[in-house]
Design a protein around this ligand. Sequence first.
Ligand code: FAD
Length: 382
Amino acid sequence: MPTDVDRLLPTEDAEALLELTREICAKELAPKVDEAEAAGEFPAAAYDVLGRSGLLSLPFPEEYGGGGQPYEVYLQVIEEIATAWPSVGVGTSVHSLTATVVLANASEEQCQEWLPRMLGGGWLGAYCLSEPQAGSDVSGIRTKAVLDGDHYVVNGTKQWISNGSCADYYILFARTADDAKRGLSTFVVPGDTEGMTFGAPERKMGLACDVTTQVIFEDARIPVAQRLGEEGGGMRAALSALDAGRLGIAAVGTGIAQAALAHAVGYARERKQFGQAIGEFQGMQFLLADMGAEVERARASYLHAARLKDAGRAFSRQASIAKLTATDAAMRVTTDAVQVYGGNGYTREYPVERLMRDAKVTQIFEGTNQIQRMVIGRDLLR
Ligand SMILES: Cc1cc2nc3c(=O)[nH]c(=O)nc-3n(C[C@H](O)[C@H](O)[C@H](O)COP(=O)(O)OP(=O)(O)OC[C@H]3O[C@@H](n4cnc5c(N)ncnc54)[C@H](O)[C@@H]3O)c2cc1C
């Protein structure tokens, strides 16, 4: 599946990184995606190769073991990974989200302790915010962390946790006071902490290799030293990291749409009806043209937000616009790709139905697209 994306990259270093990413995608990810997604296996080998190649740590400072790359480069790497294997694109983005929380909230001592392991390639993270009754409205979080000497005792259930049961550490948001908005605090919790168990993987419509489980805390004792930032700072920490995380999901959506477009163009060249390739019909060309325009719009929207972020400017509204634009594009383009394939598109023999199933959840997680509209609308009216 040739994707021929014409990228404008800021440095030769970035060009080499994208080249390396494409090579890994072609050799290590794309050949495995169909079988692994059908089986719903956690892609440990994929994260291993990405970690060893330095692709799990790109947008973080070199002093902590990061790649020191701008966000615009990191996101294009995520897009390439998601084009080859959407679940791995999501898992990589979630991993970055966890390190973003640490970098923005931890003390220097905590950064020195945790980040080199998180960015070293051997450790994968998970982000524990949602609960069964607290999805869009995280002020409804009930998981409690009660101070007991030099530990917090944590009880509660987190829902929908990507990399759940497979991650090496978990960034946990739990209630340390009753105040709905200022009562949350942030913790880093290694996956082998006593009192922590995992639900069975959810049986999802798509993205099967993004293993998603409940994370259950029953009298789990977490040292005070593992609290990141002040007590009560959890809501701000969670939401500000999500601005960056949403850009990762926008890049994933773009990658899924790009994959669907490339498959559709290839099929339109090969499939013949009425004595000619279906791509020669103007009706088909217009469909493909609209798909191509959607993909470019999606990419442009996340790159604009990323460049604002890289320049140290406010980018929250643009991150929500990019998430909304790119993930809605992913849904439309993958649906149209199924149309281009006709009856074949509706079968599991061809990849486009999987891409359509994978696309759907990008409109739901890291803030549904209704919530993105709320963020954009409020910011416009501020
Ligand atoms: C595969 C998958 C992976 C996930 N991974 C993670 C993860 O790693 N970590 C994590 O913490 N969470 C994760 N999530 C959870 C995800 O972020 C939530 O599902 C999402 O925020 C929506 O919450 P909800 O499912 O409770 O829906 P609800 O909040 O119940 O929303 C239901 C519907 O109501 C709409 N709605 C809600 N409030 C409003 C409003 N004010 N205005 C208009 N419409 C509204 C929503 O848009 C939606 O359409 C994941 C979810 C999935 C499906």
